[in-house]
Ligand binder design. Structure first.
Ligand code: AMP
Length: 281
């Protein structure tokens, strides 16, 4: 496994393996079994596998956790090696964003709801870094977790609109045994909050089963939100939206595929999770 730290090294490595089919897994590091699952899918599907580890400053707002975001590079590299990753791109922030950097990619449809409402500059940072990583790495396949479902649909739209020729592969959410979705941010939870955190997934499961039973979203939403509020969750949103456009489902109708998506805070930790029904493509 080779470690690349400059854009030039990445482009040269890409050239050296051409025409092999490259599978790419972009991450912010602090790797866990969710990331490992993406890497394993990539390993199965691709001739060569590239992992990037970069805590991308432009997707954090001034009040968010950029400086204290967990960084565990040594463990990350060991995990990557054990899965059979061929190359890891670990650039310095100054390599990606020189002080005069001023060009951004903005997707305007799917970034509007959900997290886009609460983190208005977040997806601009995500699409910009992913576009640039795709530009340098020229992958055939890119693997993204469906835990960040809105991110997946936004990047898919960017790939389609700009005809980037990258095949997007959405990987199911990996969870702890009690249902909590794995996240690098789970380390911020106190032991008490960690005990309560699985209630989020259980509430999403409750919402889905009720939807399938009676389709009365407003009542289900209200009941779900009050269950979570009682346990101390401070909700940002709980939405029932169509896939892939992420538009509100018309009251009373049942689209063939949909997402029930949540974001909120438990103590100081922002948790997101979702349940998807139907094919994501
Ligand atoms: P991050 O390092 O948080 O930016 O995540 C990098 C990639 O890993 C993204 O595509 C995430 O959606 C994915 N990911 C994060 N957590 C999970 C999980 N629990 N299951 C599957 N994929 C995940």
């Amino acid at each position: 496994m080779i470690t690349l730290s400059t854009i030039k090294e990445l482009r040269e490595w890409r050239k050296s393996i051409t025409p092999k089919a490259l599978g790419f897994v972009p991450t912010m590091g602090a790797l866990h079994a969710g990331h490992e699952s993406l890497l394993k899918f990539a390993r199965l599907r691709s001739e060569k596998v590239l992992l990037s580890i970069f805590v991308n400053p432009t997707q954090f707002s001034a009040t968010e956790d950029l400086s204290k975001y967990p960084r565990t590079l040594e463990n990350d590299l060991a995990m990557a090696k054990s899965v059979g990753v061929d190359a890891v791109f670990v650039p310095a922030s100054s390599e990606i964003y020189p002080s005069n950097y001023s060009t951004y990619i903005i997707e305007e449809e799917r970034t509007a709801p959900l997290c886009g409402k609460f983190r208005p500059t977040h997806f601009r940072g995500v699409t910009t870094i992913v576009f640039r990583l795709f530009h340098w790495a020229q992958p055939q396949f890119a693997f993204f977790g469906l835990k960040d479902a809105q991110q997946y649909f936004v990047i898919k739209k960017m790939v389609d609109d700009l005809d980037l020729g990258v095949q997007m592969i959405g990987v199911p959410t990996v969870r702890e045994a009690d249902g909590l979705a794995l996240s690098s941010r789970n380390v911020y939870l106190t032991p008490k909050e960690r005990e309560k955190a699985p209630l989020l997934y259980h509430t999403l499961q409750f919402a889905l089963s009720k939807l399938l039973e009676n389709n009365e979203w407003e009542l289900i939403q209200e009941k779900s939100l009050s269950t979570l509020a009682e346990a101390g969750f401070r909700t940002q949103y709980l939405e029932y939206l169509t896939i892939p456009h992420l538009e509100p489902v018309e009251p009373g109708s049942r689209p063939p595929k949909f997402i029930v998506a949540y974001a909120g805070n438990l103590g100081a930790t922002r948790l997101i999770d979702n349940i998807i029904l139907g094919n994501i493509i």
